[in-house]
Design a protein around this ligand. Structure first.
Ligand SMILES: NC(=O)C1=CN([C@@H]2O[C@H](COP(=O)(O)OP(=O)(O)OC[C@H]3O[C@@H](n4cnc5c(N)ncnc54)[C@H](OP(=O)(O)O)[C@@H]3O)[C@@H](O)[C@H]2O)[C@@H](O)CC1
Ligand SMILES: Nc1ncnc2c1ncn2[C@@H]1O[C@H](COP(=O)(O)OP(=O)(O)O)[C@@H](O)[C@H]1O
Length: 280
């Protein structure tokens, strides 16, 4: 169980974070805004990687590729033609696609089969800056390692697996948990849930006061993975991308919940996310 600690808590503010994402130059082209590769979408879970992919596009990445099960590639492309969807069977195929990419997001709907773990290993071997979520975190908890160039985005259940304790232990002292996660696994950690925390080492723990219980519905975390990846692709540091993404994601959910929290869908966040990354 994590030890009790006291840290400086900084509350995230959207206006301050927007200085990280200046208006686009007139002569810009898609190559200026990075190429995200998202890996996941096992059988039954291809919606998760579709949501992450659209979120990465809506936050402004120039190109987004998806590596998924062969049988999902065509339907994903049809549902969102801007996504470049590849059916990937093995590590070699994934690494070939990754050579053109700047950032890799691993985990939404990835599953925990041999296919999943082999793509997870190959994704980390690319050495690209990474976002690790969902089943990527479950695979990480089976074989812990440290990396300074990744963002980990556990919900409370995943955090408990990573720290080998109970979800109740995590909730008892979320600040201690986020620090312990960062200390053990490195990089930047986003501990999701009401009052999401972001910690990248050092004195400050960042807290998001936006967001609402309407977000307690499947796919919301997958959207966050896409937002973080898309901001990293546009050149933000992993810490700035995590801070900005958590804030934009939660504020988008608050805008989308104006008609009511119950029945809020992860897809409902796409339009407000777009508004918020253009809101100077
Ligand atoms: N449309 C799609 O394709 C979608 C696909 N998805 C994909 O499904 C896969 C499985 O992901 P997952 O998150 O649903 O399952 P898992 O990792 O087992 O975590 C749940 C466990 O954690 C526990 N828990 C305790 N506290 C908690 C808390 N505050 N927040 C959350 N959980 C908390 C919880 O405890 P319980 O609720 O039972 O008390 C339970 O034991 C993954 O690949 C994901 O990407 C989803 O994204 C949905 C949309
Ligand atoms: N009650 C809440 N208040 C604020 N944010 C919440 C609340 N419930 C969930 N969220 C947010 O919604 C997202 C849920 O992510 P996650 O549990 O990984 O969902 P999924 O696996 O279905 O995509 C996280 O960003 C989390 O912070």
């Amino acid at each position: 169980m994590p030890e009790k600690v006291q840290n400086k808590i900084s509350v995230l503010a959207h206006a301050e974070l927007m200085t990280l994402l200046p208006p686009r130059e007139q002569e810009s082209h898609k190559g200026d805004f990075g190429h995200v590769l998202l890996v996941g979408g096992h059988r039954g879970f291809c919606g998760a990687i579709r949501l992450a992919g659209e979120a990465a596009l809506r936050v402004g990445s120039g190109l987004v590729s998806i590596a998924t099960k062969k049988e999902h590639a065509a339907s994903l492309t049809l549902s969102r033609p801007e996504l470049m969807c590849h059916g990937v069977a093995d590590q070699r195929e994934l690494k070939r696609i990754a050579t053109a990419c700047d950032v890799i997001g691993i985990g939404p709907g990835l599953g925990q089969t041999r296919w999943s773990s082999s793509l997870y290993e190959a994704a980390l071997e690319t050495g690209l800056a990474a976002v690790v979520d969902a089943d990527g975190l479950n695979l990480l908890s089976r074989s812990p390692r440290k990396n300074k160039n990744w963002v980990l985005t556990p919900h409370v259940g995943e955090a408990a697996r990573l720290l080998r304790c109970s979800a109740a232990d995590i909730q008892l002292d979320r600040q201690a948990a986020v620090k312990e996660l960062q200390n053990e696994y490195g990089g930047v950690v986003v501990l999701k849930g009401s009052g999401s925390l972001v910690y990248g080492g050092g004195d400050d723990i960042y807290m998001c006061k936006a967001g609402n219980p309407g977000m307690a519905s499947g796919g919301m975390g997958d959207v966050l993975t896409g937002v973080i990846s898309g901001l990293m692709a546009q050149g933000l540091t992993i810490l700035d991308a995590a801070k900005m993404a958590v804030m934009v994601h939660a504020m988008a959910a608050d805008r989308a919940a104006q008609k009511g929290q119950r029945g809020l869908l992860a897809s409902d966040l796409m339009q407000p996310i777009r508004e918020l990354v253009n809101d100077y």
